[in-house]
Ligand binder design. Structure first.
Ligand SMILES: [Zn+2]
Length: 404
C-alpha cells in the first residue's frame, strides 16, 4: 500500500505549521487542532494532546472498511469524516474524555473514536477494519437505521453528527424546552441580530461538531403587500442543494446549484409565514443566504426527487472546484472572499433501489478511492464524475478569519 507512515514531506510540514499557527491563534474557530500538536519524527507523524497523556502515531489512513451487509453508505461517510482533520484528531486523542461535560457515557463517541483509531493505525499491513461494533451502537441510538436495507448516506451523516454532538455537548444541562426567543430586533443591525441568535445557539449547543460543521443560514422575507422585510436565522450542518432541472444527462456547475439554492423564491399566501406588519399571511418572496460560514461545509447534491408515487435519481454531471470554491456571493454583502478546498467526496452509483456508495478522500499526500474494503490511489482528474453526491470542503487557511 502506498503512502505508508513515515516522514511525509510537505503534508506533515504543512500540518505542523498549521498547528503551530493555531496554537498561537486566537480564535477557536480557526484552529484545526486546538487541543493538540503534530510532531514529525523518525517514527512517523505523531499526534500529541495538550496534556501529553495521549499520543498517537498516525498511519496513512489508507485502510478500508468491511461491508457487513448493505453498509457501503456507512463506510463511505465514515471515510469522509475520518479525513476531516479536526474531527479525526479529536477522536484519536479521545479528547471528549477530557472535556467530560455530562455524567452520561459517550458510547457512540467512544465507538466512533475506536473505529477511527483502527483506520489510522500505524502498522497497517493487510488490515480491513470491521465497523460492526460501531454500527450496532449507532443502531441502538437511532433505531430508524435497524434492518438491513440500503440507507441514504446523507441521512446517516446527519443522524451521526447529531448523536455525536448530543454526547459531547459542552452544555448538556441547559434546558431546551420551549421555543427560541422571538426574533424581534427591529432596531438593531442585522449582523447584531445574527450574532445574538448564534450566541443563543451556543448557549445550548456547543461541541467539537458545532465548532467544525455548524453555520448559520439567513432567510429573508419580503412582503409584497406592505414591503416589510424580515429575517430569520437557522443553524445548518450541511447545505442541501437542488439540481437545476435540465436535461437528465446534461452538465451543470456547482455554482449553478448554489445560485438556484439562493435564488429569490415567490411564496403564495398558503405557503408563506405571517407578515408581522400585515398580521396575516401574504404573498411574499424568500431568499436564503449564508450568514455565518462553518469551518467545514458539507454540500449535498440532492439527486433524489420524491414525487407522489416514486423516487427518481438524477445522474446529471455537476462540476465542482477542487480548490478555492468561493462562497462570497452567498454570504453577507460586506464579506470578503470565503474560500474552501475539497478534501472528500461521497459518491452514489446505480439507481434508487440498487445503489452503491464509495468515497474519494485526500490525506495531504494524494487522493484515494475508498470502496468498502478496497483502497486505491486516484488522480485528481478522476474525481469529478456524475456520481458525486456529498462534497466535503474545508475552509482554506488564507480565508479563515471568521466574521464576528
Ligand atoms: Zn406585509
Amino acid at each position: 500500500m502506498p503512502g505508508a507512515s513515515g516522514v511525509n514531506g510537505e503534508g506533515s510540514c504543512e500540518a505542523l505549521c498549521r498547528t503551530l499557527v493555531s496554537q498561537n491563534g486566537h480564535q477557536r474557530e480557526t484552529a484545526d487542532i486546538s487541543q493538540s500538536v503534530l510532531y514529525t519524527s523518525l517514527m512517523g507523524l505523531l499526534l500529541v494532546a495538550d496534556n501529553e497523556k495521549e499520543k498517537v502515531t498516525l498511519g496513512s489512513g489508507r485502510i478500508g472498511l468491511r461491508n457487513i451487509g448493505n453498509t457501503c453508505f456507512l463506510n463511505a461517510v465514515v471515510q469522509c469524516l475520518s479525513h476531516t482533520c479536526g474531527l479525526r484528531d479529536y477522536c484519536l486523542l479521545k479528547s471528549h474524555r477530557q472535556e467530560k461535560f455530562s455524567k452520561e457515557e459517550a458510547r457512540l463517541m467512544e465507538a466512533f473514536s475506536e473505529l477511527l483509531s483502527g483506520l489510522w493505525v500505524a502498522n497497517e499491513e493487510d488490515i480491513v477494519v470491521n465497523p460492526r461494533q460501531f454500527y450496532n451502537i449507532f443502531k441502538e441510538a437511532v433505531p430508524y437505521f435497524s434492518g438491513y436495507s440500503q440507507q441514504d448516506a446523507q441521512e446517516f451523516l446527519r443522524f451521526l453528527l447529531d448523536k455525536l454532538h448530543t454526547e459531547i455537548n459542552r452544555r448538556p444541562y441547559v434546558r431546551r424546552a420551549g421555543k427560541d426567543p422571538e426574533q424581534k430586533y427591529a432596531r438593531i443591525r442585522l449582523s447584531e441580530e445574527a450574532v445574538a441568535m448564534w450566541k443563543t445557539h451556543l448557549e445550548r449547543d456547543d461541541s467539537r461538531i458545532v465548532d467544525l460543521f455548524s453555520g448559520q443560514l439567513r432567510s429573508s422575507l419580503h412582503c409584497s403587500v406592505c414591503s416589510h422585510y424580515s429575517n430569520t436565522f437557522d443553524v445548518f450542518c450541511d447545505l442541501s442543494l437542488p439540481l437545476p432541472k435540465r436535461s437528465i444527462a446534461g452538465v451543470v456547475t456547482l455554482k449553478e446549484c448554489l445560485d438556484l439554492f439562493s435564488q429569490e423564491e415567490k411564496l403564495d399566501k398558503e405557503n408563506s409565514p405571517m407578515c408581522e406588519r400585515c398580521n396575516r399571511r401574504t404573498e411574499c418572496t424568500k431568499r436564503l443566504s449564508i450568514q455565518r460560514f462553518p469551518q467545514v461545509i458539507v454540500i449535498h447534491l440532492n439527486r433524489f426527487t420524491t414525487s407522489r408515487w416514486s423516487i427518481s435519481k438524477s445522474t446529471v454531471y455537476v462540476s465542482f472546484p477542487l480548490a478555492n470554491l468561493d462562497l462570497r456571493p452567498y454570504g453577507p454583502v460586506d464579506c470578503g472572499p470565503v474560500l474552501y478546498d475539497l478534501y472528500a467526496i461521497c459518491n452514489h452509483t446505480g439507481t434508487v433501489n440498487m445503489g452503491h456508495y464509495t468515497a474519494c478522500c485526500s490525506d495531504g499526500n494524494g487522493w484515494c478511492f475508498y470502496n468498502d474494503s478496497s483502497v486505491t490511489p486516484v488522480s485528481e482528474n478522476q474525481l469529478q464524475t456524475n456520481q458525486a453526491y456529498v462534497l466535503f470542503y474545508q475552509r482554506s487557511k488564507s480565508s479563515a478569519t471568521i466574521r464576528k
